[in-house]
Structure formats: C-alpha cells, structure tokens
Design a protein around this ligand. Structure first.
Ligand code: ADP
Ligand code: MG
Length: 412
C-alpha cells in the first residue's frame, strides 16, 4: 500500500532522521496530548546488487536509504500498549504487558489488532524474551519509507521498535543478534520467511557506507560509498505483479534442486565451470537459475571492490549485467521494470548514468541506478517521462546516498 509520502518528489520534501523525528514528535503530541519521551529511528534500504543470493548462502550489498521510520513513545498510565501509525487508519490496543510468558505469542497472534501491529508487538515480545521489558506504553509511528515497495518498511519498523525497547530498558543488544531478533519477529508474527539482509542493514548501516553481508556466516564489511559526486537514484515502478509469492517459492525450489544435483549444500559453493560440467544432467531452467545465483555472487563481490575504489563505471556495468541475469536466467523481471532499466541505459554514462538494475524480489517494485549527483534531477525527470510515455504509469523517483542505521534521538 503506498503512503502519501511515496508520491512526493525527493527534492521538495525534508528527509532524513531529523525530519522524521520532528514529524513523529508532532504526531505523538497530536494523538496523545503530551510529549514523547523516546524517539527511535530505523532506515529503509535498497539492495545495490546480490539478488536471490541470500537463501543460497551468498552475498548481498545493501545500503540504508535516507528514508526513516520513526517511533515515538512515552509511558502510559494504563496497563496497555497502545499503537498508532500515521500510515494506518486503525489503532491497536494490547491490553497486557509484554513479558516473556509462554502464551504470549498465541495471545498476540489471536489478538484482534490490525495486522501491522504484529510487527511491533512481535518485536517487543522477542525483546522481552531477551530481557528488554518496555512496560505500559503509548506509541506513535511515522515513516517516509514507502510501504510494500521493496524498500523494507517492515524491517525499518521492527528495527526502530527494537531500538526503542533498548532505550527504554537501558540495555543494548549485539547488533547482529538484534537483526536476527527482528527477522524472527517477521517470521513468527508477520508470517514472512524473509532473509537477514533487511534487518542487518537497518541495524548495521553506517553513514556513507554500503554493507557487504555474507548470508552464510553473518559476517559484514562496511564498503565506503562516500563519493559526493555519485548518488543512488531509486525509481519505483509502482507495479507489483501478483504472481510474486508463488514465483519466489518456485525459485527457491529451483536453487535447492540445482544444489542437490551438484552435490553441494548451497549454490554459494558452486563455480561456473562446475555448473557447466554438470549442464547435461540439469534441466535447462534449473541450469539458468543456478547460473544467475553463481554469477550474481561473483558480481556482488566484484561490485563491492569497485565501489570501494570509486570505480563507478565497473560498478555500473555489473549492475546492468545483474539485471540481464535476473531478466533472462532467473526470469524475475517484468516489462515495466525493463523499461526503466533500458531508459537509464539509453541515457548513458556520458550523461550521468553508470548503471541500473531491478532491486528486490522481482516482478515489479523498484530499480536502483548509480548516477552522477549533478545530473540526478535531469536523469530522474527523463526516466519519469520515458516510463510514463511507454507504460502510462506514473513512477515515483527519489535520490539518496548511503544513510545511517538505526539510532535513538534521546529525550524529545
Ligand atoms: P516492504 O517491507 O517492502 O515495505 P512488506 O510487505 O514486507 O513491504 O511490509 C509492509 C508492511 O509492514 C505493511 O503492510 C505494514 O503491515 C507494516 N508497516 C511498515 N511500515 C509501517 C508503518 N509506518 N506503520 C504501520 N505499519 C507499517
Ligand atoms: Mg518487508
């Protein structure tokens, strides 16, 4: 569901944590008639490269975007946890306090709250299991991360919630343990079996860095991405084709089948020569699925090196190659997304575009492009006009650089 902010142009709106804090503080005061005590933030993210590599034990290279979910809270006089969001019409009142009791999960899951409240209650319940108790609370949420656009508003909400719990409890969790806790909230309470990438980047991002994440070991490496002459342009196609969920499951099954046929635990362990040698035993579709994952892992590692050296031409080229691989081998693109990538490529490096690709699970959502900062507005305008002319759909575009991960604004 798009938020009202999803349709605003990047340039005319105040973004970033301070703006989010101001909005959350006002929202809290309007709704509850007093000031918030704590405000926590967590950013959305974009994956620069490394698509469908996570569940193959591979590498991903996400970056936090300058769009935040802010969560403002204060003690309540009642024994309840009351949740309200600027993005949602329905509030939630959970008439119990979250402690680590065995029945808690079923109480939350059977509670007649709107579904979005489970992301927050689930995270708070798992925080309570880790000894972080928040007590009775009034909570107001506001977000600039467009909901359901593949920029991970769900992880931003979970991570902001966990950061809030840390501030209230006066204790901190290990960063990756916190990311895993939030991932578990999404698995157990929202019913979404996501990987660790979204929560890891929302927790671990540092300003001016992308994050190379090894999905097998959980190891992370900060990759400097602080060249002021280059920015990231995100174009939301505003299209999401419904076949997405079934296709995701079938891609996972294809990858599993390929790994089994190759006699390895996960495609992370395969090389291209190894795959070529086994080509005759594999059905052609499985072969192409595996080829995407194997080459995408290589591209992700190469892109991290290129970005660290500010070699934007190479990084951009790898992004184009990633897109072709997703489109032809993994077959997860769609005509609208291909229009956006093609339009970016046609603009070319001389006019400021280094590279572009679909980002996220597929079948719609966003493209991510590396562009020259001083050409970004003109490029965004050109993409918008071209996309509109060829599809009849209005895209949403915005520019971002590598943003800071979750943090607390202290006492408001
Ligand atoms: P994405 O993570 O790509 O934005 P998801 O479908 O994973 O998409 O998560 C979107 C869901 O997360 C929303 O439908 C809602 O339930 C919850 N959510 C995210 N942000 C907010 C918010 N600001 N207020 C309330 N719920 C939110
Ligand atoms: Mg999500």
């Amino acid at each position: 569901m798009p938020t009202s902010s999803a349709n605003q142009s990047a340039i005319s709106h105040e973004w970033g944590p301070e703006a989010a804090a101001t909005r959350a503080a006002h929202g809290f005061a309007n709704r509850f008639g007093r000031a918030a005590t704590w405000i926590a933030f967590a950013p959305g993210r974009v994956n620069l490269i490394g698509e469908h590599t996570d569940y193959n034990d591979g590498f991903v290279l996400p970056m936090a975007i300058d769009r935040y979910t802010a969560i403002a809270a204060a003690r309540s006089e009642e024994s309840t946890i009351r949740l309200a969001s600027a993005q949602m019409p329905e509030e939630s009142i959970f008439a119990a306090l979250l402690t680590s009791s065995p029945n808690q999960k079923s109480e939350i899951l059977s509670h007649p709250s709107p579904p979005w409240a489970r992301y927050v209650l689930g995270t708070l319940a798992l925080c309570a299991d880790s000894g972080l108790h928040v007590g009775p609370l009034d909570v107001w949420i506001d977000s600039d991360v467009p909901l359901g656009a593949g920029l991970s508003s769900s992880a931003a909400l979970e991570v902001a919630t966990a950061t809030l719990a840390e501030a209230i409890a006066g204790q901190t969790l290990d960063p990756m343990a916190k990311a895993r806790l939030c991932q578990q909230a999404e698995h157990q309470y929202a019913g979404m079996p996501c990987g660790i990438m979204d929560q890891a980047i929302s927790v671990c991002a540092t300003l001016g860095h992308a994050l190379l994440l090894d999905c097998r070991t959980g190891e992370t490496r900060q990759v400097a991405m602080d060249d002021p002459s280059v920015v990231v342009l995100i174009a939301n196609s505003n299209v999401k084709h419904a076949l997405c969920d079934g296709e995701y499951a079938s891609r996972r099954a294809d990858c599993h089948a390929a790994a089994s046929a190759l006699g390895i635990v996960a495609l992370r362990d395969a090389s291209l020569p190894q795959l070529d040698a086994a080509a005759k035993q594999l059905n052609p579709t499985i072969f192409r699925r595996a080829r995407h994952v194997i080459t995408e892992n290589d591209r992700t590692l190469a892109a991290a090196e290129a970005i660290a050296r500010r070699n934007w031409t190479t990084a951009g080229q790898l992004m184009y190659e990633s897109h072709v691989s997703m489109r032809d081998d993994f077959e997860i693109s769609c005509p609208e997304i291909d229009v956006l990538v093609e339009a970016a490529k046609n603009i070319g490096e001389a006019r400021g575009v280094f590279g572009s690709r679909m980002t996220g699970g597929g079948f719609g959502g966003c493209t991510v492009s590396l562009v020259k900062a001083d050409s970004a507005d003109r490029i965004a305008d050109k993409l918008r006009r071209e996309y509109r002319a060829r599809t009849g759909i209005e895209p949403t575009l915005f520019v971002t650089s590598a943003a800071q991960g979750t943090h607390i604004a202290g006492r408001a």
